[in-house]
Design a protein around this ligand. Structure first.
Ligand SMILES: *[C@@H]1O[C@H](CO)[C@@H](O)[C@H](O)[C@H]1NC(C)=O
Ligand SMILES: *[C@@H]1O[C@H](CO)[C@@H](O)[C@H](O)[C@H]1NC(C)=O
Ligand SMILES: *[C@@H]1O[C@H](CO)[C@@H](O)[C@H](O)[C@H]1NC(C)=O
Ligand SMILES: *[C@@H]1O[C@H](CO)[C@@H](O)[C@H](O)[C@H]1NC(C)=O
Ligand SMILES: *[C@@H]1O[C@H](CO)[C@@H](O)[C@H](O)[C@H]1NC(C)=O
Ligand SMILES: *[C@@H]1O[C@H](CO)[C@@H](O)[C@H](O)[C@H]1NC(C)=O
Ligand SMILES: *[C@@H]1O[C@H](CO)[C@@H](O)[C@H](O)[C@H]1NC(C)=O
Ligand SMILES: *[C@@H]1O[C@H](CO)[C@@H](O)[C@H](O)[C@H]1NC(C)=O
Length: 509
């Protein structure tokens, strides 16, 4: 009896061992991975193939070497030569991709739709979801991405997704008890209005808060518009969130400049404004910049060493020479990193489960969720909905160095706050409250009791220092600002409220 049992046990053990070694042999059969990149030949968008394709191509060459004997990579570029206008591309993208899928798609163990993404990603996503095919966009995202019923197989891995901005704003509001916010949105800029909409939606969900959104219409970056905004702001809040171009950065406490793009002309150049005037320096003293952490949009050494190769591929294959390699690098590097991320997670997935059905795009997409992968010395975190979350920075102007320096970093993966430097806010170490002590109109009952004058002084100080600040940008509006100074000198300085501006304001102990 005992003997039999023993033998059975041995048999079972042996079976398990055999079985295990049999599967590990299956594991390492070469898998063919087909990367399909739909796009347009336009160079009017940072998502055009002349920018993105070279990075993917160079990553594939590298992965072919690195994963030799494990993966065999193939690549299809999907585009229509006759479409040269970026505006037209989204209308034909699904048709192009469907034609390729049914008629030209090469046999492979896995097909991945991997491209930069823009307005076309919604329609391509509908196809990918229907085919249950993994889809990865390396630049853009849209709200649909987070709806896993509509987008079960969609990952988005861009360095600088606009959705990242919500969390630092919410953090600042909660940490400082700001309950009435004033949002100024410059409609004439790309991306920032989207950020403003996301932040506004988030504020709506915070109990006990209210906010007003003021939109600067396209073509109205002028003093009259700013003046209207400032007057309204003054009556309702002391904290202004600004979303727009640095040219229209005028009266604000908090400013999103989308610094990852700080060198791209269309977003303006905050740094270049610094020397213009002492006024500006003073204004910067009341300005906080919320942006993506510098080290996120700074390509790592591996990507940097490939710039020359990307530039050369773009020139030979797309007849286009990057004029501003370094300026486009965050997006280009994101495409490159996306390929490395894909390879790493695939390799690991097959190691864990050699029989994983790679054709199940939704199951495969979930392998990327909730995890951090180290790529080119950068931690790339993809959240629970398949969207990359990056660390965010809160910066303050340092008048000694003349630059905006990081004071706080908010982790993209766990929202942990790291204080890098202490806040120095007009002699205090705290952000202002969003309401003056005596109320916006100076009539709060607490100021009508004893020590009224003191209270009003305090209130005035709060207004005088709590506030705003601003700036104007370069060129046209800069000149107008200079011209306007004569009659409305420090229009952004609200210290004359209730107390004449010539009076020296002393903080009351
Ligand atoms: C990789 O796939 C291509 C296309 O299917 C094929 O021509 C090539 O021989 C494959 N290479 C390896 C190493 O399997
Ligand atoms: C692209 O198409 C849009 C709308 O169809 C048009 O307004 C624009 O002028 C076109 N751009 C070019 C460069 O042809
Ligand atoms: C915000 O309000 C809470 C509760 O009222 C208080 O404990 C906290 O100190 C306040 N924080 C600031 C920065 O005023
Ligand atoms: C932005 O301003 C800085 C400082 O003046 C300058 O070094 C840099 O070249 C400017 N960038 C652009 C794109 O103008
Ligand atoms: C390459 O681009 C240049 C200028 O953009 C153009 O003149 C030339 O015809 C193009 N060459 C080819 C082969 O398309
Ligand atoms: C793929 O995964 C295996 C097992 O974890 C690992 O040994 C190997 O280094 C990985 N390949 C590459 C190129 O990273
Ligand atoms: C990701 O994390 C969230 C919260 O920690 C959890 O609710 C969710 O189930 C996780 N999703 C996956 C796919 O692991
Ligand atoms: C910088 O700001 C501090 C405090 O506002 C002030 O005391 C100092 O003089 C300023 N330094 C320069 C170089 O402007």
């Amino acid at each position: 009896m005992i003997c039999n049992k023993d033998r059975l046990f041995k048999l079972i053990l042996w079976l398990i061992v055999v079985n295990k070694s049999a599967t590990s042999t299956v594991t390492r059969r070469i898998k063919t991975i087909n990367i399909a990149t739909p796009g347009s030949l336009t160079v009017s968008s940072a998502t055009g193939l002349p920018f993105i394709a070279p990075a993917i191509e160079s990553a594939i060459q590298e992965l072919q070497r690195e994963y030799a004997g494990v993966f065999n990579w193939t690549w299809d570029l999907i585009y229509d030569k006759s479409i040269t206008n970026y505006t037209d591309f989204p209308y034909s993208a699904d048709d192009l991709v469907a034609k390729w899928y049914y008629k030209q798609r090469p046999p492979a163990d896995l097909t991945v739709l991997l491209y930069a993404g823009g307005p076309e990603s919604e329609t391509i996503n509908r196809l990918a979801a229907g085919w249950n095919t993994l889809m990865i966009t390396s630049t853009a995202t849209v709200p649909t991405q987070r709806n896993k019923e509509l987008s079960p197989s969609w990952l988005t891995t861009g360095c600088c997704l606009s959705t990242n901005f919500v969390k630092p704003y919410v953090y600042l509001m909660k940490a400082n008890n700001w309950t009435s916010l004033y949002l100024v949105v410059d409609a004439g800029t790309i991306t920032t209005p989207t950020v403003a909409r996301d932040v506004s939606d988030a504020i709506k969900n915070i109990k006990g808060t209210q906010h007003t959104v003021f939109t600067i219409p396209v073509g109205s970056r002028n003093e009259d518009t700013y003046d209207t905004a400032l007057r309204e702001f003054r009556r309702s809040s002391r904290v202004l969130f600004f979303f727009g171009h640095s040219d229209s950065l005028k009266a604000l406490l908090i400013y999103v400049t989308l610094e990852p793009f700080r060198n791209i002309a269309m977003f303006g150049n905050l740094t270049s404004l610094v020397d213009k005037d002492e006024y500006l320096k003073r204004a910067f003293g009341s300005l906080i910049v919320v942006t993506i952490a510098q080290y996120i949009n700074q390509p790592g050494p591996e990507a940097t060493s490939r710039f020359a190769q990307w530039k050369s591929i773009s020139s030979t294959e797309f007849n286009y020479t990057y004029r501003q390699t370094e300026q486009l690098s965050p997006h280009v590097a994101s495409a490159y990193y996306t390929m490395l991320l894909l390879a790493e997670v695939l390799n690991e997935t097959l190691e864990d489960n050699p029989d994983m059905n790679l054709l199940d795009g939704s199951a495969l997409a979930r392998r990327f969720f909730n995890r951090t992968v180290k790529i080119d010395s950068l931690s790339v975190y993809v959240d629970e909905a398949g969207e990359r979350r990056t660390d965010m920075e809160i910066r303050q102007f340092n008048n000694e160095t003349g630059d905006f320096e990081t004071i706080i970093i908010q982790s993209g993966s766990n929202e942990k706050i790291t204080q890098i430097r202490l806040l120095s806010w007009h002699g205090t170490g705290r952000f202002p409250s969003n309401e003056p002590v005596c109320g916006y109109a100076g009539n709060n009952p607490r100021c009508s009791q004893e020590g009224t004058w003191t209270a009003i002084m305090v209130s005035a100080v709060m207004v005088g220092i709590g506030l705003i600040l601003a700036t104007i940008g370069v060129g046209y509006s800069w000149r107008r600002y200079m011209a306007a100074q004569a009659d409305f000198r420090s229009w952004w300085d609200l210290s004359d409220w209730r107390v004449s501006s010539s009076r020296t304001l002393m903080p009351c102990a």
